[in-house]
Design a protein around this ligand. Structure first.
Ligand SMILES: [Zn+2]
Length: 76
């Protein structure tokens, strides 16, 4: 979780991070604007649901349905 505390700019748009938000879809640390945009992603609900299930099952290291992929994951 070091990255979360150290990072200074959004991994998607490069904006200065006043508020750090962990993506629910991959491991990006993103700004509020990008988080709001992510929530409109066609797979956001599925990714967020999957993440909640993994955490509920004790898998706190779950990396996200789209881990290692670059937003918006090839979906337009
Ligand atoms: Zn951003």
């Amino acid at each position: 979780m070091d990255k979360f505390l150290k990072i200074q700019s959004c991994e998607r748009c490069g904006a200065r991070l006043d508020l750090r938000i962990m993506s629910k879809m991959n491991e990006d640390i993103i700004c509020l604007n990008c988080f709001q945009e992510e929530r409109n992603h066609p797979y956001y609900e599925a990714a967020a649901k999957k993440e909640a299930e993994e955490v509920a099952a004790g898998n706190y290291n779950y990396r996200g349905m789209f881990a290692g992929q670059k937003y918006p994951f090839g979906v337009v």
